[in-house]
Design a binder for this molecule. Sequence first.
Ligand SMILES: *Cc1c(COP(=O)(O)O)cnc(C)c1O
Length: 425
Amino acid sequence: MNRKQNIIKTAINERAIDQNTTAIGVMDLDGLKKTVSDAYDAFPANFFHTFAVKANALVKVLEPLREYGMGAEVASPGELLIALTAGFTEQNIIFDSPAKTLRDLRTCITNDIALNIDNLQELERIDALMQEFPNSKSVIGFRVNPQIGAGKIGSTSTATATSKFGYALVDNDNRNDLIEIYKARPWLTSIHTHTGSQGCELTLMAHGINIITELAEEINAVIGNQQITRLDIGGGLPVNFSSEVIKPSFKDYADLLKAEVPLLFTGKYQVKTEFGRAIVAKNGVIITRVEYTKNSGGRHIATTHAGAQILTRTAFLPKSWPIRVTGFTSEGVEKNAQTSEIVTTDVAGPCCFAGDLICSNQQLPKLESNDYVMVHDTGGYYFTNHFDYNSLPRVAIYTVSGADDVLSMKCIREPESLEDVLNKM
Ligand SMILES: *Cc1c(COP(=O)(O)O)cnc(C)c1O
């Protein structure tokens, strides 16, 4: 049995799933540990990897990530609170958000939390705060948009000419203005870009990183000493959703960066990353139960409990976020062409709109009522990012760890039943 078959068997044995289950999310902590160690193995010691908390903001997932050696990149006061609760120290947290309030900024500056400035109005606020708190140890940088274009998915492309993120480097005289901004502020010691997420080619990301590295060199040269000591190169390593293969790997990305931006690997700068999806996606699955099946217009339809509420991107943008499923019997035996007829299938979710599908028009072993469907690669931005509270009950979330023959499961978030919610009203 492979790991995922074991996970489903264990979930059945431990009654994490049964005939009453709607959907659960499961994070594999051993897989997570291996992924983080792959990241550290791929890059030299001057790299520090932070985890983009928005990808999976669960304390019980962040705690192990901290133990495995990661910092935390947060983008809202809520994520900051979650990261602090998970035990990250202020020095290992970085606050990125395009909409930091004055209060958020004050919290960062007075608690020595690193932050990246998004725009000139935010800079004015920081100027005032640095006058008020000149001894702050916050590492402060500018988020730069190198304006080098989009990847395949518009909504995750962050370096277009008109992106909402960061300081537009190539507009007007902005590049020279930014050099002057750094020159006048010795506390600006970092520079940041996050050129894109899923759908962006590695070469596009490397190009953006090359631009800020050259800019840092130029700023330091103009100033006459190495004022900028940290390069924050963002996250965005894409994930292969079409099979179990990890491609590109951290090693693939490191090899490309080594060729394109060798300076990162010399130790001259501390280099910070902010990977999200590549850390968690392949270490999480959703297991949902088939409630009903039917045939409509020649299509086999299996209605489950995982839809737009926990597979939001896939339901709304199915072409950009296709996702893989595997069927299992109610005893946890994987279905295949030997055991089941192959039929053209739509696997549907529970929400009341027609686009609420996990996948459509797939050749799958015929799913029956009370079968389970495993939805792969959903450890980031899926079951942890619940979209619509109307679709009760919320999914329960488990962690799983241990060798395959002695897997242990732990519930880290109880499902919320309709009764629970009615009792609260
Ligand atoms: C979302 C985000 C990340 C993480 O992106 P992934 O594609 O999940 O790696 C990193 N940095 C910033 C600033 C982000 O907004």
